[in-house]
Design a protein around this ligand. Structure first.
Ligand SMILES: C=C(O[C@@H]1C=C(C(=O)O)C=C[C@H]1O)C(=O)O
Length: 291
């Protein structure tokens, strides 16, 4: 609203308000089209060094900044959802990609998460099992995989498929902004071929294989501020998917487990993601009309 056109709230009509909404919509559309014009320059600057234009660290920072500066009546769920679609679609415009999701734990929550975080322009492809998702990502140019953070019940140690320099890696954890009652709050891990620009190293993930389960493993992983996300048998042994601060190297789990008497372990990095970010309760409230 320009200074010379300040509304007189006592006399304004429905037509006035609709005219104001139309002006705002035109401005927003104009800004989005201008945002789109940057894409060609972005492609030129980022070059062809990576198959995927996705930069999860940058996106995590953007989403944090967005919800942190948000105020007013518009629900934060809406603001986050709108920006997720903008950012994901703009990433798609730079280099097309699909989201491959594991529906073996049920499709509804996965689909909600995919649509909330990537919108409808980015194709959504379902697979039965996290292993199939990793295989689809490995066979693609720059697609993303979406797997439940805890893994599917009957899937086995899908994360061992991420071991090795050229294997896909975990590059993000969604939602970027956590809060109670998030509309698409299923914790998921995003898998991609190793990125040109490294993913955030705040939290690193490790595949840790032990001869068998030992109660001391819990304390040993905890001593390194690690968290066991999932556990499953693998090649006659037990494999753990462990998340820990990025400063902890895989080898430290081997030493700590040995010291704790949990046996001879093998550990390898399988990715990393930005630190989890919890929106404080006060900001996550749903729309409540002013009385
Ligand atoms: C714009 C970039 O590429 C992607 C698209 C983004 C956007 O549209 O805001 C942000 C991060 C990237 O996933 C970038 O690398 O900065």
């Amino acid at each position: 609203m320009r200074d010379d056109a300040l509304p007189n709230h006592d006399t304004e009509t429905l037509e006035d308000l609709r005219a104001e909404i139309d002006r705002i919509d035109r401005d927003m559309h104009e800004l989005l089209m201008r945002r789109g014009e940057i894409i060609d320059r972005l492609i030129a600057v980022k070059g062809q060094s990576g198959a995927s234009a996705f930069r999860p660290d940058r996106e995590a920072q953007m989403m944090r900044a967005l919800v942190s500066r948000h105020s007013g009546l518009l629900p934060v769920d809406t603001v986050e959802g709108v920006w997720r679609i903008i950012v994901s679609t703009f990433t798609y415009m730079q280099a097309e990609y699909c989201v491959h999701a594991d529906d073996s734990g049920g499709d509804a929550a996965m689909r909600d998460s995919a649509r909330f975080h990537f919108g409808f322009t980015v194709p959504y492809v379902t697979h039965h099992g996290a292993g199939a998702v990793v295989a689809a990502v490995a066979a693609s140019k720059g697609d993303l995989g979406m797997v439940r953070s805890a893994g599917a019940q009957d899937e086995g140690a899908w994360w061992v498929r991420l071991v090795g320099e050229n294997a896909p890696k975990i590059i993000a954890r969604l939602p970027f902004v956590e809060r109670p009652n998030h509309p698409a709050g299923l914790p998921v891990l995003i898998v991609a071929k190793p990125l040109a620009e490294a993913a955030s190293q705040d939290i690193a993930l490790h595949a840790v294989t032990l001869p068998k389960w030992h109660d001391a493993a819990l304390g040993a992983v905890g001593a390194l501020a690690g968290e066991i996300l999932a556990a499953a048998p693998h090649a006659g042994e037990l494999s753990l998917l462990v998340a820990a601060p990025g400063r902890v190297a895989s080898g430290q789990f081997v030493e700590e487990l040995q010291r704790a008497g949990a046996g001879r372990a093998v550990a390898a990095p399988v990715g990393s993601h930005a630190a989890r970010f919890e929106l404080d309760q006060a900001r996550s409230g749903v729309f409540a009309p002013r009385s």
